[in-house]
Structure formats: C-alpha cells, structure tokens
Write a protein of this length. Structure first.
Length: 165
C-alpha cells in the first residue's frame, strides 16, 4: 500500500513530520509529493523544499520525496498510489480536505484520501504562519529564534534565517 503525502511544504514543519511518521505505521510506503507550482511564488524553490524534506525524513524508513506538477491524481497513477494522506488540523481544514478528497476520487477511480487528525501541539501552526513569524522576527533585532525550534527542524530554521535576516 502506497500513500502520497502531498503539499506545498513551504517549508516542511514538525506538524507535517508527525503525519509522515504516523502514516508510515499505516502504509507500506509514503511518497512525499511536493507541488512544483511557481505560480504560487513559494518562498523556497522546489529543490530547497525537497532538500529540507529529505533531511527531515532521514531515519524514517519507506519514505521518499518527489516533486510533481499538474494533477495530483495523475501523479498518484504514475506512482501506483491508491491513497492520499493529509493532516487535519481544524474544522476549517475539513471543508477544503473533503472537497479535495471527493474531487480526487472522481479524477482517479478508487483513489482514497485518509485524513489524520493533527496532534494538538501542531494544530494551530501552518507553514504560512511560520514564514510570517520568521519574516517579522528576523527583521527585529530582539528576536530570539529559538522559538522556531518548537515548529521546525534546525535545517529549516537556518534556511529561514538565510532568507529573512
Ligand atoms: O500544502 P497545501 O498547499 O495545502 O497542498 C495542497 C495540494 C498541493 C495538495 C493541492 O493543491 C494539489 O494537489 N494541487 C495539485 C493540483 C490538483 O490536483 N488539484 C486538484 C486537487 S482536488
């Protein structure tokens, strides 16, 4: 059983990592699928996002990281994946996730989405909030960036520092 764990991962967070680790207990292999969509103007290039994810999943077996563009359902067919794995932080996430799951099942017959409820420690956090905190924080001389350690791995913190300091 192969599951895709798709997302923008701009950048990967400890919340993503928690879902990957828990998903790895449920599936034979996880393909972390990084959306390559320059139109979204991500902070990190797709190569940077993949590099950070590869570092984050070091030591977790049966997980690989790949880029995709276009339709996720087409990428699932290419990978031979029958499942999409996503984290669910809030009720608001549910609205989007349910529509995506339904659309993806129409796009590929039998493509099932499995939603894992986020650990409460990460439920309020998102990559966009992390980018916002890092951007404002590094612009402020009094910023103690150790605060970022509760949300991201050190390699991500270093990259955020390089981008924003
Ligand atoms: O991390 P995100 O931005 O919440 O992830 C959303 C993502 C990348 C999973 C979704 O936007 C996606 O798969 N986009 C690719 C295009 C596609 O297949 N869209 C239709 C999904 S129903």
């Amino acid at each position: 059983m192969t599951a895709l764990f798709p997302g923008s991962f701009d950048p990967v967070t400890l919340g993503h990592l928690d879902i990957i680790k828990r998903g790895e207990q449920m599936f034979d292999q996880i393909v972390v699928a990084v959306l390559n969509n320059p139109a979204k103007s991500p902070l990190f290039t797709v190569q940077e996002r993949i590099g950070l994810l590869q570092e984050a999943v070091l030591g977790i077996s049966d997980v690989r990281v790949e880029a995709y563009s276009g339709l996720l359902a087409e990428f699932a067919k290419k990978c031979g994946a029958q499942y999409i794995l996503r984290g669910l932080r809030t009720e608001a996430d549910g609205v989007y996730e349910i529509s995506m799951a339904q659309a993806n099942r129409r796009l590929m017959d039998g493509l099932e989405t499995v939603l894992l409820v986020s650990d409460p420690a990460y439920a309020y956090m998102s990559a966009s909030l992390i980018r916002e905190i890092a951007a404002a924080g590094y612009a402020d001389s009094g910023f103690d960036d150790r605060v970022l350690d509760q949300w991201v791995i050190p390699a991500v913190k270093n990259m955020l520092k390089r981008k924003y300091l």
